[in-house]
Design a protein around this ligand. Structure first.
Ligand code: NAD
Ligand code: TYD
Length: 349
């Protein structure tokens, strides 16, 4: 992998992955980050890497749905491997406006696959980053494995499921060298504050209401983002071509547990007499339509075949994450005020 194309590298996980890769001794290739800079894409998340890695890191603003622009980028940079993160990723937005999810997640992935197919002679790998949400919802018992049937419930999950099927089909039909990973909920630095954990941290910090959907008993499995990056890289390096791998954190929590933990840590490290105990800010609100009850991942295959396990526990990861938001209020302010988008407009039109 000399010229690795990363899509969606200005988003939450993509930017963490680029940091992770540029910090690895065994990876000496170049990274070409293609991102269209939707509301979720923020080049400021990688600002400190641009000069430090000027010879190995290139950012290009482009839409993965634009086949001809992507073909030019592919040729100009002699791409020989792809790690595909770009997506519309927020379930609530997919319920209100599914169109962009169909375009980016399905049509965009199809475009990339076609590009990869037409350059198959020099392609070493197409890694597709996906979610456990493709499997639908679990009851109180059981885990998702790599052979669990797909039963997506939200437009987001359905669009990711469709893209997974396309990637798999390109392997079976055309022999494209692919790997797929289905990961549980991520948290950590640079996550856009519409997702549960950063939203709750920032609202609690400011003494705003903490909206918990339904009864707060929905369960998610949480994984610290660097552990996800580590798993993706292990799969890219050593995973069987054509295989899918589940990635999980072994950390099932109800939403209310997560929110109460955030409140307790903030009360401890950033007490505020005007706000008082943060758990008093919790408000149970109308449930999300089609809200999946429980996700839980069995990642035995990844552990046994590639020796991966998460390094971070939820207890350490959530503290690190809260501290990161407290230490990076400038990034937060620029995201919340929309200043990051003004910067994008000024630099990229
Ligand atoms: P994100 O929303 O933070 O970032 C997505 C990035 O993709 C943004 O930078 C955005 O500008 C870019 N993008 C969107 N449409 C594009 C297009 N048409 N062309 C080029 N770039 C485009 O998402 P994330 O949370 O970092 O998720 C990254 C990937 O990981 C997604 O594929 C998602 O399905 C998957 N995933 C996420 C989680 C999670 O908990 N966040 C868990 C498992 C899997
Ligand atoms: P989210 O971060 O949107 O991830 P996903 O829907 O992909 O799992 O939500 C995580 C859980 O938190 C999910 O069960 C919905 C719930 N949730 C709330 O209760 N309140 C909120 O304001 C948000 C954004 C999510």
């Amino acid at each position: 992998m000399n010229n690795l194309l990363i899509t969606g590298g200005c988003g939450f996980i993509g930017s963490n992955f680029i940091r992770y890769m540029l910090g690895r001794e065994e990876f000496t290739g170049r990274i070409i980050n293609v991102d269209s800079l939707t509301y979720a894409g923020n080049p400021e998340s990688l600002a400190d890497r641009v000069d430090a890695f000027a010879d190995r890191y290139t950012f290009i603003r482009a839409d993965i749905c634009d086949g001809s622009q992507m073909a030019k980028i592919y040729d100009r940079h002699d791409v020989d491997a792809i790690c595909h993160f770009a997506a519309e990723s927020h379930v609530d937005r997919s319920i209100v406006s599914p169109d962009a999810f169909i375009q980016t997640n399905i049509v965009g992935t199809f475009n990339l696959l076609e590009l990869a197919r037409s350059h198959q002679d020099r392609l070493t790998l197409f890694h597709h980053v996906s979610t456990d949400e493709v499997f639908g919802s679990l009851g109180a018992e059981g885990y998702f494995t790599e052979t669990t049937a797909y039963r997506p419930n939200s437009p987001y999950a359905a669009s990711k499921a469709a893209s997974d099927h396309l990637v798999r089909a390109y392997h079976k039909t055309y022999g494209l060298p692919i790997t797929i990973s289905n990961c549980s909920n991520n948290y950590g630095p640079y996550q856009f504050p519409e997702k549960l954990i950063p939203l709750m941290i920032l609202n609690a910090l400011e003494g705003k209401s903490l909206p918990v959907y339904g009864d707060g008993q929905n369960v998610r499995d949480w994984l610290y983002v660097t552990d996800h990056c580590d798993a993706v890289w292990k799969i890219m390096r050593d995973g069987q071509r054509g295989a899918t791998y589940n990635i999980g954190g072994n950390t099932e929590k109800t939403n209310i547990e997560v929110v109460e933990t955030i409140c307790a840590i903030l009360d401890e490290i950033a007490p505020d007499n005007d706000i008082g105990p943060r758990r008093d800010l919790i408000a149970f609100v109308t449930d999300r339509p089609g809200h999946d009850r429980r996700y839980a991942i069995d990642f035995a295959k990844l552990k046994q075949e590639l020796g991966w396990s998460p390094a971070e526990s939820f207890e350490t990861g959530i503290r690190k994450t809260i501290q990161w938001y407290l230490d990076n209020m400038q990034w937060v302010q620029r995201v919340r005020s929309g200043e990051y988008q003004a910067w994008i407009k000024q630099h990229y039109g």
